[in-house]
Design a protein. Structure first.
Length: 255
């Protein structure tokens, strides 16, 4: 039986919604300041085993991206416990974390270091990253001279080639032209099939969810409303989206 690599135990995440910087500053110094809050995640529990490929489905604001951010420690739960048992590589904001004044090659070492790799480990991976990014002689030019597409390609190349144990993907597979997108899709498939990487995929593309994942979790209003076979998850997601569209149509007519 596969071992758990991600565990959420009764996790909730509440965001404070400040009306502006002044209210935020006042709230720091006084507990009397009333601040609106939003429950992004409400007491959810689930386990992902090593080697699983799981699609997270749900309309905008359902809580999908908040789950990914907590796994990658961009933010932390308000309550509950999260256990992550492997190196995480996140294909979220591909160009985040680059130093524009450094060359592409230097940024490979910068990003690798922040991921916990040693200099020797990064050096061993460097040729594969450079080949995959395919930015040519620009690899030794400052990143500020790159196009947005080149920066995204380098970002994907780094994150996908650092031998992750957990791969987090949030619509990042739409990067670049058709040829590079296919290259990205093939790389993710290879990681899943050959290296037993655990995949968490957030996407609005149900065909992509079915292509990569066997399991699907559907979120609605910060709660998991379905967790099971990806085909059944897609049906549940489609039903939620259909009801949301019907509700919006009725509201428009009433106006």
């Amino acid at each position: 039986m596969s071992e758990p690599i991600i565990e959420f135990r009764n996790v909730s995440k509440k965001y404070k919604l400040y009306s502006g910087n002044r209210q935020k500053l006042m709230a720091i110094f006084s507990k009397r300041v009333k601040v609106k809050t939003k429950d992004a995640i409400k007491d959810i529990s689930f386990t992902v085993n090593r080697g699983e490929a799981v699609a997270l489905l749900g309309k905008n604001g359902a809580g999908k991206s908040t789950i990914l951010k907590m796994i990658t420690e961009v933010c932390f739960p308000t309550s509950g416990e999260i256990i992550v048992g492997g190196r995480v590589s996140a294909l979220l904001e591909l160009t985040a974390g680059f130093d524009p004044e450094l060359t592409g090659r230097d940024n490979i070492y910068l990003r690798g270091t922040t991921m916990g790799l040693t200099k020797d480990e990064i050096k061993a991976l460097e040729p594969d990253i450079i080949e995959f990014a395919d930015v040519g002689e620009y690899i030794d030019q400052p990143v500020r001279s790159y196009s947005s597409g080149m920066k995204s390609r380098l970002g994907f190349a780094i994150n996908a080639n650092v031998r992750p144990e957990i791969l987090i993907v949030d619509e990042a597979l739409s990067v670049g032209d058709a040829t590079f997108r296919k290259k990205c899709l093939d790389k993710v498939n290879q990681l899943i099939e050959d290296e037993n990487v655990t995949l968490l995929l957030v996407t609005h593309s149900t065909s992509m969810a079915k292509q990569f994942c066997k399991r699907g979790m559907v979120l609605d209003g910060g709660k998991i409303v379905f967790d099971g076979d990806v085909s059944d998850a897609v049906d549940k997601y489609d039903d939620i989206m259909k009801k949301a569209a019907e509700k919006k149509k009725k509201e428009t007519i009433l106006k």
